[in-house]
Design a protein around this ligand. Structure first.
Ligand code: FE
Ligand code: FE
Ligand code: ZN
Length: 293
């Protein structure tokens, strides 16, 4: 069965139940959320009653909570340790996010590996792995390293870099990968022949490590290293290639998550994009339809 959803909000008053209801409103059967604002480290207390109710509704609606994804905040950076206080803060904050996932019953957390900011890719990789080994101590949550576009000094735009990080992580059971189609294309990978890409991934890292796929079109050409997401079928990757990724049989049990932009920064596109994906037919009037909702 197709596992499709999108990034959704997580609000103080409604928490996991609110996120779930937003996802259900989009016709999704899975979802991803930040446990607070991605740009800051302020976090409020988890309300266990709301969590219990959300898990109960998921059970009734046949939504597998073990496939629901949390995205770690992107303001903290594990790749650079020049400032020891900042580096330790990043480790501790991500560790506390893992604990929040445990409170919420969430099993998988996506993490941007980080930017080396001048210390070099090799040291960057070591810093990330060192931090992950601290974070994953006694963790029941799996951290999914996201493949990056290669903007600035981002680590993880090459599969070899992801492979090297995983190699240095002691707890192999709790480390995985999240592919992002926009990032892969921006990084230079050709995903038109997605099976060929998966063969390459499988030979290097092992396909079983892929636990999430972010489905985004790209505003830029392959190899641009820009990381600007576009609505499904309206960018350089294109509808057919994305459909082939979404329906690839080797990734059937892996959740597919849309992180496409709001139309005019105002209208959530997900309900419409999910419908279009289910129909497997591109609608070139989709954006107009979304604006008129
Ligand atoms: Fe991400
Ligand atoms: Fe992503
Ligand atoms: Zn991105």
């Amino acid at each position: 069965m197709l596992l499709i959803g999108s990034h959704v909000g997580f609000k103080k008053e409604t928490q996991l139940l609110g996120s779930l209801n937003e996802a259900l409103g989009y016709g999704a059967n899975t979802f991803m959320f930040y446990t607070g604002a991605p740009q800051n480290t302020m976090r409020y207390k988890v309300n266990d009653d709301l969590t219990r109710e959300a898990l109960e509704v998921m059970r009734q609606k046949n939504i597998d909570y073990t496939k629901v994804i949390v995205h770690a905040p992107y303001i903290v950076n594990l790749a650079n340790s020049d400032n020891e206080d900042k580096y330790n803060f990043a480790i501790n904050f991500i560790k506390s996010e893992v604990e929040r996932c445990e409170e919420l019953g969430i099993k998988n957390m996506v993490l941007h590996p980080g930017s080396h900011v001048g210390c070099g890719i090799e040291l960057g990789i070591k810093n990330i792995a060192y931090g992950l080994n601290k974070i994953l101590k006694d963790s029941s949550v799996t951290i999914l390293l996201e493949t990056m576009a290669g903007k600035g000094s981002e680590v993880g735009s090459r599969l070899e870099e992801i492979f090297q990080i995983i190699n240095l992580v002691e707890d192999k059971e709790h480390i995985g990968v999240c592919l992002d189609t926009c990032h892969l294309s921006d990084a230079g990978y050709d995903i038109k022949d997605f099976d060929k890409f998966l063969d390459e991934f499988d030979a290097l890292i092992g396909i079983d490590k892929i636990k999430c796929v972010h489905i985004n079109d790209s505003k830029n050409e392959r190899g641009s290293h820009k990381d600007r997401h576009e609505n499904i079928g309206f960018g350089y990757i294109g509808f057919d290639t994305l459909i082939n990724v979404i329906y690839n049989e080797r990734l059937t049990n892996v959740p597919k998550i849309l992180e496409t932009p709001y139309v005019d920064r105002e209208y959530a596109p997900y309900k419409y994009e999910i419908e279009m994906i289910k129909n497997k037919k591109f609608d070139d009037k989709l954006l107009e339809k979304i604006r008129a909702q």
